[in-house]
Design a protein around this ligand. Structure first.
Ligand SMILES: *Cc1c(COP(=O)(O)O)cnc(C)c1O
Length: 225
């Protein structure tokens, strides 16, 4: 377990690096939002982050996120929860009820299920479309070549107006080309929000226009297996 002061140091350091990367890219630091990725982290670390005023968190599993965050909603009404992991159809309703942003819409079937869940829950999270920029078979995300058609279908067929795009570049590859590709797909589809960049590469992502960076281990240390 880390001490609260080490959590403070890590948040201070990541925020300073984010601001420096924004300024180096002639962007305003306030344009870039820090999503603290709390998945598989100890409760003590999360409570320390909440104590520091961090209110935006990312989780990759619906059930884990519900167990952790549902009980805290009342005490922290300004919480903003992002689903950053793949979403199974059978968890869509729970996801729509819990999350403020769902970053992993990536297929027509899920669009249909999400649209139904939004109607049923009477609650509309912001939606980002995940793009599999590296075309990795094991990874979620719509393929780059299919992205434009999918993005056009979303409002037309499903009544979903996506706010932007998300990607996770392949491990061990230079992420810059993937960030550039995501920014290009967003621009030509009139989308403004880009969720890209993790602990290892958030500064590069900010250079390529990221609006949200998703940072876990650089804030909280290694995840529990
Ligand atoms: C786990 C995860 C992160 C955070 O990764 P770190 O390398 O710990 O910063 C970011 N985005 C997604 C989609 C993740 O699953």
């Amino acid at each position: 377990m880390q001490t609260p002061s080490s959590i403070l140091d890590r948040f201070t350091c990541v925020r300073a690096r984010m601001a420096a990367a924004a300024i180096a890219a002639s962007r305003a630091p306030e344009e870039v939002t820090l999503i603290a990725v709390s998945k598989q982290q100890q409760e003590e670390e999360i409570l320390a982050a909440l104590g520091l005023g961090q209110r935006i968190y990312g989780e990759n599993r619906v059930r884990e996120a519900m167990a952790r965050w549902q009980p805290k909603r009342e005490a922290f009404p300004d919480l903003r929860l992002h689903l950053i992991g793949p979403l199974q159809s059978n968890k869509a309703l729970e996801a729509v009820r819990l999350f403020d942003v769902i970053e992993s819409l990536d297929r027509p079937k899920l669009a249909r299920v999400l649209a139904d869940a939004v109607e049923k829950a009477g609650r509309t999270p912001n939606i980002l479309v995940q793009v599999n920029t590296g075309e990795e078979p094991q990874k979620a995300g719509i393929l780059p070549l299919e992205a434009d058609a999918f993005l056009q279908d979303l409002p037309r067929i499903y009544g979903i107006a996506p706010a932007g795009l998300m990607c996770i570049p392949p491990q061990g590859e230079n992420p810059a080309a993937h960030f550039a590709l995501l920014a290009k797909i967003a621009a030509r589809n009139g989308l403004t929000q880009l969720s890209m960049g993790m602990s290892e590469d958030f500064e590069i992502a900010i250079r390529f226009g990221a609006h949200c960076v998703r940072v876990g281990s650089a804030l909280f240390g290694p995840r529990q297996a």
